[in-house]
Design a binder for this molecule. Structure first.
Ligand code: NOJ
Length: 756
């Protein structure tokens, strides 16, 4: 009894000294901290990569083994496989003084080995259960291979398709982005982090990385707080609310201070306002990069980052090499280092690594859990739901399974571009090319294939794209010879299917483009194919919204497939032949031209709104372009048609904390069973700050058999009516609200209610 009492008072004293709450304190962690030297604490803040996987900077860690032995490493990434991970843990457990296990991180952005579509594609499914289950599958595979910590979800809102990393996120909308962030965190982490089939998630990149100026990667961000709070921050906060274990800072600056050293961001916003309890890791060498940003030498920027609230330094070793000196010079306190170290140790404790450092090193798991038939089937299903039917000329799609098809295009028989960007753990050679998929699903179809064109004819551009392996393979034949072969091949076909678009590394990190159209080599091919007079279906690959006004005006059908992942060909065939009726909806507006960027549905009205599709002088429009996008947010066709009617808002007047129940009738009026994403947009008529013209505030994906009618209920909660005002208070203001319900962000059917 007395002994217990004493331990308790020692613990209480420790908590008081280190200013932590009883909720955060874990006796095992505190006991360990009490034994640690300053060097050992600093060591825990150091994240290294021995260079496996893809290095996203110019530095790769050296002497990793020695550093682990000396207690200078808190975690590793780029190491995988149960044996290798066991070896790494053994170095820490058997050789370092305090035997502290390692975090083993990885970038599992869209599937581990069973790669599913890029996140922008997955988001287009608008199916939260599916997204959660995809993340769960990724966690099961990754943990089977030794990983316990994932650098995902990436929840950066982006309204700029020039930015290559738009592919890694969920698009332009904070409401949808928040729902997806929540689903992914739940999927990765489950409800027990110590379960050896779940891994810790990282919300990234805090913050506003998707708003880099001019869409140029790593560029500056300067944004009003009102815009930040209302439009860009919600998905990060949603991930925090869902219990995400760690957060990663972004490369950009915010208000002139790089995110990695930004105290307002990491401490005031993330920890104090949002109540984040996990640890914060930098991005790859982003501590060091603060020097290039202009904030001083490595010692100065490392101290700034730690004092801002950063806990772990990825790869750059600024913490490892300078923090002790900074403590001596009074630039940082040992207490700040202890707090950061506590957060890392707490994460390890939550993952169950102190109970069993080898819990993610079960050699029997990879075979059972990775790339199973079940997982591949799931990846195929996810892919089919991610496709967006942009146009169906004369209802040419779906094709008959015995059709005579000329399959053309540089991506038609390709394995290297199916997975998409940021799939370093996937193997492109396992992916199903479109040609193979079509044959699998429709063995009776008569398919003849020709390449027809290169992805691009520009050798210099191809070199930049081919950094992670051959994505663009420029043929030895001349473009003319390839084209004439394709035309000849098309002569006997009933229909031409052209598989075109971007190579996977046209998008992703450090892959920004100022021109986001289909490359000229392929444009030429498409035009020539259309001139044959045969029906043409474009199967369009891309990691971003493209500008395809030229192709849209041609008499072609267009199925947008992003980068579908390992089951690419099969999933595409499922949709092309009608085994699955497409249901994807865009989560980022597709501009008509680059000059319209940034473009998004929740724009402001301005004081001089332009009339729709008509130029008027002294209105907010362009001389040389319409202002509307080519395809609006939420857009996507189906093989069937849906009719909306009877929009009912239950109450015409509500008080501040009342719900608004809304119902609408949806009928499948076409010839196929199908799914529809019923979308609800809200317009706040009068506000103390300028409101967006409308904002997404609800959605439901439903299935309707041909001819079937359903009444769909949607609810607006008190928070859905709120916004951050100019004092950054989250409020709703009395007045009229208009509800729009329909199948995309241009929905016209509306009803009103009033908030008292
Ligand atoms: C840099 C990227 O910005 C980040 O998303 C990724 O997690 C790290 N590299 C680690 O690979």
């Amino acid at each position: 009894m007395t002994i217990k009492k004493n331990i308790f008072s020692i613990l209480l004293l420790t908590f008081a000294v280190f200013n932590i709450t009883a909720q955060e304190a874990i006796p095992e962690v505190e006991a360990l901290l009490n034994k640690m030297t300053l060097d050992e604490k600093i060591g825990q803040l150091n994240l290294l990569t021995p260079g496996g996987g893809i290095a996203t900077g110019s530095v790769v860690s050296k002497n990793v083994e020695l550093k682990i032995k000396e207690g200078q490493v808190g975690g590793l990434f780029g190491v995988s496989g149960p044996e290798k991970v066991r070896q790494a843990q053994e170095i820490a457990i058997k050789n370092s003084r305090l035997k502290i296990p390692l975090l083993i991180g990885s970038d599992i952005i869209h599937g581990y080995k069973t790669t599913y579509p890029i996140p922008l594609g997955v988001a287009s499914s608008w199916n939260m259960e599916l997204i959660e289950s995809a993340a769960k599958m990724a966690a099961k595979e990754a943990t089977a291979d030794g990983i316990n910590w994932n650098f995902s979800p990436m929840v950066d809102i982006s309204r700029d398709a020039r930015w290559g990393r738009i592919s890694e996120g969920s698009g332009e909308d904070p409401y949808l982005g928040s729902a997806i962030a929540t689903a992914m965190v739940k999927g990765y982490q489950g409800n027990d982090l110590s379960n050896s089939q779940t891994m810790m998630a990282t919300v990234k990149h805090l913050a506003l990385y998707g708003a880099v100026e001019a869409g140029r990667d790593y560029n500056s961000v300067d944004m009003s707080k009102v815009k930040m709070y209302n439009q860009y921050l919600p998905p990060y906060q949603a991930a925090v609310d869902a219990g995400v274990g760690s957060a990663m800072t972004s490369f950009n600056d915010i208000d002139g201070i790089p995110a990695t050293g930004n105290k307002w961001l990491i401490t005031d916003l993330l920890r104090k306002q949002w109540g984040f309890k996990g640890f914060v890791v930098s991005d790859y060498t982003s501590v060091n990069e603060m020097t290039a940003h202009g904030l001083g030498d490595l010692q100065a920027v490392s101290a700034q980052a730690l004092n801002a609230g950063l806990d772990m330094d990825m790869v750059g070793e600024g913490f490892l090499t300078t923090l002790k000196k900074s403590v001596k010079e009074g630039k940082v306190t040992e207490e700040a280092i202890t707090i950061a170290c506590r957060r890392i140790l707490t994460a390890k404790h939550q993952l169950g690594l102190f109970d069993d450092p080898y819990r993610y090193s079960d050699t029997s798991r990879p075979e059972k859990d990775i790339l199973t038939t079940e997982n591949r089937e799931a990846a195929r299903k996810i892919a089919t739901q991610s496709f967006v039917l942009l146009k169906n000329e004369n209802n040419v799609l779906p094709l008959k399974k015995d059709a005579k098809i000329a399959l053309v295009g540089p991506l038609a028989n390709d394995k290297n571009n199916m997975l998409g960007t940021w799939a370093p753990t996937g193997d492109p050679q396992l992916s199903i090319p479109v040609l193979e998929g079509l044959k699998n699903v429709a063995p009776k179809a008569r398919i003849s294939y020709t390449k027809g064109a290169n992805i691009t004819n520009d050798g210099e551009f191809a070199k930049r794209v081919n950094v992670f392996g051959l994505r663009v393979d420029i043929d030895t034949r001349t473009p003319e010879a390839m084209l004439s072969e394709a035309l000849q091949n098309s002569e006997n076909a009933d229909i031409i299917v052209a598989v075109v678009g971007e190579a996977s590394e046209f998008a992703g990190e450090a892959a920004s483009r100022t021109e986001i159209s289909i490359p000229p080599s392929q444009k030429k091919l498409i035009k020539a194919l259309v001139e044959t007079g045969k029906p043409v279906v474009l199967v369009l690959f891309s990691g971003r919204p493209l500008t395809i006004s030229d192709e849209f005006t041609l008499p072609v059908s267009i199925l947008q497939v992003w980068n579908p992942g390992v089951e690419a060909g099969n999933a595409i065939a499922d949709v092309i032949f009608g085994d699955y009726n497409p249901s994807g909806k865009l989560t980022a507006s597709w501009p008509r031209n680059v000059g319209q960027i940034p473009i998004y549905h929740s724009m402001k009205n301005t004081g001089r709104p332009a009339p729709t599709n008509r130029f008027e002088k002294f209105k907010s429009n362009y001389l040389d372009s319409e202002i509307s996008p080519l395809f609006p947010f939420g857009y996507g066709l189906s093989y069937t048609t849906f009719e909306y009617s009877d929009l009912v808002v239950e109450k015409k007047k509500i008080t501040q904390d009342e719900l608004v129940n809304i119902s609408v009738t949806v009928k499948n009026t076409g010839d196929y069973d199908g799914e529809e994403v019923v979308q609800l947009y809200l317009k706040d008529e009068v506000r103390s700050i300028t409101p967006p013209v409308r904002e997404l505030k609800g959605f439901k994906k439903i299935f309707l058999k041909k001819g079937e009618t359903k009444t769909v209920s949607l609810t607006l909660y008190a928070n859905d009516l709120k916004f951050y005002n100019s004092n950054l208070q989250f409020v709703s203001e009395p007045g009229k609200f208009v509800v729009f319900v329909g199948s995309d962000s241009t929905a016209e059917m509306s009803a009103e209610f009033e908030l008292e």
